[in-house]
Design a protein around this ligand. Structure first.
Ligand SMILES: NC(=O)c1ccc[n+]([C@@H]2O[C@H](COP(=O)([O-])OP(=O)(O)OC[C@H]3O[C@@H](n4cnc5c(N)ncnc54)[C@H](OP(=O)(O)O)[C@@H]3O)[C@@H](O)[C@H]2O)c1
Length: 257
């Protein structure tokens, strides 16, 4: 067992139903696996149907999937309806899908790329939260988790649109936490670099990343999944509107300069 392959821990989600966007691979899929391992049923989404079918297959009867972009407003309602039809409820929404197509100085940014970042990373989580609220959370309570990034706290050069979007996403978390309590909790997860397809380019010099993190390794999707499990479980019943940073200590201290 690698040292990041932790046991599922004490957090249970028995009888709970979760919708997880952007879960055909990477962090979203790890969250789906952790949730099913903790007793939940899941509906996962992504744009590629074949990838979703392969991802859902090992999860068996505890998983359903629906293909499409989070930018499709109608799909938010359809996915929540699928959770209700298939599993009889909806308790947890994880807004996992995110994008980062704008590179280079923000001052020269293509505004189409900027709009796409905002649509996927900020508008869509609101639309999906509204859909989950109407479908079930308003009447039965539950929890929402938004997948932001440490870039919400400290921008990284040449990915300004992404940093702005993730900061806005955390502010969305705080606004909704204020509006939806006491029965619905809303929290942000803010990972640093986690080993997924999304971060491949950032890991071309993995040692430099490792050196920047006091805990001496890159994050793995399961690290984020365990935190999502905690935040959606009853163990976090007094936690809302907060950001849980998962960064191997990287934000605590600069590596140099
Ligand atoms: N990896 C990191 O280092 C890191 C660090 C901080 C934060 N994050 C955040 O964590 C989240 C997940 O990232 P990841 O690293 O797990 O990425 P990933 O491995 O590339 O997975 C992204 C998932 O989201 C889906 N997706 C992408 N765009 C979508 C859209 N418009 N509509 C629906 N589904 C979409 C992808 O499937 P399809 O392509 O088939 O749609 C895939 O299932 C993102 O919000 C990202 O910003 C990642």
């Amino acid at each position: 067992m690698n040292r990041w392959e932790q046991p599922s821990g004490g957090f249970r989600l028995d009888g709970q139903v979760a919708v997880i966007t952007g879960a055909s691979r990477g962090i979203g899929l790890a969250i789906a696996e952790a949730f099913v391992g903790a007793g939940a049923k899941v509906v996962i989404t992504g744009r590629n149907a074949d990838a979703l079918a392969s991802a859902a297959e090992p999860l068996g009867a505890d998983a359903r999937w629906l293909a499409g972009s989070v930018g499709n407003d109608a799909m938010a309602d359809e996915t929540c309806a699928l959770a209700l039809d298939a599993f009889g409820g909806l308790d947890i929404l994880v807004n996992g899908a995110g994008t980062n197509p704008q590179f280079g100085p923000l001052i020269d940014a293509d505004l189409g790329a900027y709009d796409k970042v905002m649509a996927t990373n900020v508008r869509a989580p609101l639309v999906w939260s509204q859909a989950a609220w109407r479908a079930s959370l308003r009447d039965h309570g539950g929890s929402i988790i938004n997948l932001a990034s440490v870039a919400a706290l400290q921008p990284v050069r040449d990915t300004g649109s992404y940093a702005i979007s993730k900061a806005a996403l955390h502010q969305l978390t705080r606004v909704l936490a204020g509006e939806l309590g006491p029965n619905v909790r809303v929290n942000t997860l803010a990972p640093a670099i986690v080993r997924t397809k999304f971060s491949e380019v950032l890991l071309s010099d993995e040692q430099a990343v490792v050196d920047a993190y006091p805990l001496g390794r890159v994050g793995e999707p399961v690290d984020v999944a365990q935190a999502a499990l905690y935040l959606s479980s009853p163990a976090a019943s007094w936690v809302t509107g907060t950001m849980l940073v998962l960064d191997g200590g990287g934000m605590a201290i600069r590596a140099r300069y």
